[in-house]
Design a protein around this ligand. Structure first.
Ligand SMILES: *Cc1c(COP(=O)(O)O)cnc(C)c1O
Length: 385
């Protein structure tokens, strides 16, 4: 790999792992659509590749790029964010171990830990990550992982990564940071002491709502070997076209995150001014309880905004169905703006649990369209309910 460590973020995004192809000169990393590789005599591998579950050059390019973006020594790409989550938990936990998780964790992460790992004897405790004493109190002698998201989904709570790394490490546990909402451009958890960074590359990293993927980044050689073992041994790997789409998306990550942040700031301020809006949750607003920590550890505040409306669930559902530019859909992080009702959509599986979300909450993924158009669309939807 070309050493791109001293380059700026955008340079790494465009060049890390992506040298021109040595045999053809192809400037763009080819889609290596092959399951297997010819050997020159038994064991005589030409490029280090033997079978595409184990390794594929397009995937390797993506992995080298992701490692460079997070400032980590290693990255492993998976078929989805959940595939990466599953591999991380299996590498870090055994039956009888315990995990601390956010009390507003991504719904799928909660479901996996509760419904799948629970059956195999891994226990968990949900806590409010902004309350460091509560995190300390939740840690037990068998706690192996403190699993955090920041900003969280969908309530955009902020956790202090450097502080929680100290708390986890002093208890002999590892800190895993799901960095999906911030993206590697806005936040660098490894530099703040995290052991592992997880991405659903489906979101901002890919950025175009056209591919599902996940990744684990670490500077710990042993952990990376465990992740690599599971990548090959359990097989949740992305195909070469998925790896290529993700790599293509990454090239504009810095530009996109800047524009997402510009537009989200504009939208958050406009929502605050609308009489039907009760509260606006955006870490960039000075009154957000996590604003100071976010300002310390994030470059900017990202593209996710949540808000509540007067009139409860009924009104929230109506707003979601009346926007024209904001498409009513799950997911986030693409160039196009999306709107959703977490209680009935992404977080329906948390109903009745500690992780249940407010019924009047709306979450928007602010895209990179013209900011004024996005504001006007939300205002007309709110005016009409
Ligand atoms: C989407 C998401 C995941 C899961 O990723 P998939 O690619 O959908 O499997 C995990 N964490 C967060 C914060 C997410 O938004």
């Amino acid at each position: 790999m070309t050493d791109t460590g001293h380059y700026g973020f955008a340079t790494r995004a465009i060049h890390a792992g992506q040298d021109p192809d040595p045999t053809t000169g192809s400037v763009i990393v080819p889609i290596h659509a092959t399951s297997t590789y010819a050997q020159d005599g038994v064991g005589g591998l030409r490029g280090g590749f033997e079978y595409s579950r184990t390794g594929n050059p397009t995937r390797t390019a993506l992995e080298e790029c992701l490692a460079a973006l997070e400032g980590g020594r290693h990255a492993r790409a998976f078929a989805s964010g959940m595939g990466a989550t599953d591999a991380a938990l299996r590498a870090l936990c055994r039956p009888g171990d315990h995990v601390v998780i956010p009390n507003d964790a991504y719904g799928g992460t909660f479901r996996l830990i509760d419904k799948v790992f629970g059956l195999w004897g891994v226990e968990h405790t949900p806590v409010a990550l902004s309350d460091v004493d509560a995190v300390r109190a939740a840690i037990r002698p068998n706690t192996k992982v403190v699993w955090i998201e920041t900003p969280t989904n969908p309530l955009l709570n902020i956790a202090d990564i450097a502080l929680l790394a100290q708390v986890a490490h002093s208890a002999g546990a590892r800190l895993v940071v799901d960095n999906t909402f911030a993206s590697p451009y806005l936040q660098s958890p490894l530099a703040l002491g995290a052991d592992v960074v997880l991405h659903s590359t489906t979101k901002y990293v890919g950025g175009h709502s056209d591919v599902i993927g996940g990744a684990l980044v670490t500077s710990d050689d042993e952990l990376d070997a465990a992740f690599g073992f599971l990548q090959n041994g359990a097989g949740a790997v992305p195909g070469p076209f998925d790896a290529w789409l993700t790599l293509r998306g990454i090239k504009t990550l810095e530009l996109r995150m800047e524009k997402h942040s510009d537009n989200a700031e504009l939208v958050a301020e406009a929502l605050q001014r609308h009489p039907r809006v009760q509260s606006v949750i955006y870490p960039g607003l000075p009154e957000h309880p996590g604003h100071e920590v976010a300002a310390k550890q994030m470059r900017r505040f990202g593209g996710m905004v949540s808000f509540t409306v007067a009139g409860g669930e009924e009104a929230a559902l109506r707003v979601c169905s009346r926007t024209r530019l904001f498409t009513l859909a799950e997911s986030l992080g693409g160039v196009e703006s999306l709107i959703e009702h977490p209680g009935k959509m992404t977080h329906a599986s948390t109903a009745g649990s500690l992780l249940e979300v407010p019924a009047d909450l709306i979450r928007i993924s602010v895209g990179i369209e013209s900011g004024d158009d996005l504001v006007a669309d939300l205002v007309q939807a709110l005016d009409s309910v």
